[in-house]
Design a protein around this ligand. Structure first.
Ligand SMILES: [Zn+2]
Length: 154
C-alpha cells in the first residue's frame, strides 16, 4: 500500500512528488500538485446540490460545506467561504500576467483554485473558484476516509 496522508498518519509534507503521482488520478495530480486548471464546465460537482461536505482529494482536509456552495455561472464549483478559517491558505499568484489570490489546501499545500471579489449575491461577496477535480464530496453522514478509500480504488 502506498503511503496516503488521507488514510494513514503520513504527514502530507513527507510525500514525494512521485508518491503523490501514484496516489492521485492524473487530473488530480495536475491540479493539486502542479497548479493546473480544469477546463470550465468539465469538473466534477459543478451542479451538485446534495447535503454534505467537500474535502481535499489529496489529503482529505475538510474545505467547504455544501451550504457554502452557490451557482456562479463561471464554470467551476463556487463557494462563498471555507468551512473553517484555517482550512486553506492564500497566496498572491502573479502567473499569466494577472495578480490573483490563489488558494491552497492547509493540509497538503495542494492547489485548489483562486478567490475573486465578484459575488455580491452571496453573504461574503467573494467567490472561491475551485477546481472540482481537487475536491472529493462526502455525503452527509459518511466518513471521509471511507469515501476517499473507495475513490482511490476506482
Ligand atoms: Zn489537502
Amino acid at each position: 500500500m502506498p503511503r496516503d496522508p488521507a488514510l494513514d498518519d503520513t504527514p502530507a509534507a513527507d510525500l514525494s512528488k512521485d508518491e503523490w503521482r501514484s496516489l492521485l488520478e492524473p487530473a488530480e495530480f495536475a491540479i493539486l500538485r502542479e497548479s493546473g486548471t480544469e477546463r470550465p464546465g468539465t469538473g466534477r460537482y459543478l451542479n451538485l446540490e446534495a447535503a454534505g461536505a467537500y474535502h481535499c482529494a489529496g489529503c482529505g482536509n475538510k474545505l467547504y460545506g455544501a451550504e457554502h456552495k452557490f451557482h456562479s455561472g463561471c464554470g467551476w464549483p463556487s463557494f462563498f467561504q471555507e468551512v473553517e478559517p484555517d482550512a486553506l491558505v492564500t497566496v498572491s499568484d502573479t502567473s499569466h500576467g494577472m495578480t490573483r489570490t490563489e488558494m491552497r489546501c492547509a493540509g497538503c499545500d495542494g492547489h485548489l483554485g483562486h478567490i475573486f471579489p465578484d459575488a455580491p449575491q452571496t453573504p461574503t461577496g467573494i467567490r472561491h473558484c475551485v477546481n472540482g477535480t481537487a475536491l472529493i464530496f462526502v455525503p452527509a453522514g459518511e466518513d471521509v476516509r471511507d469515501v476517499l478509500r473507495a475513490h482511490r480504488e476506482e
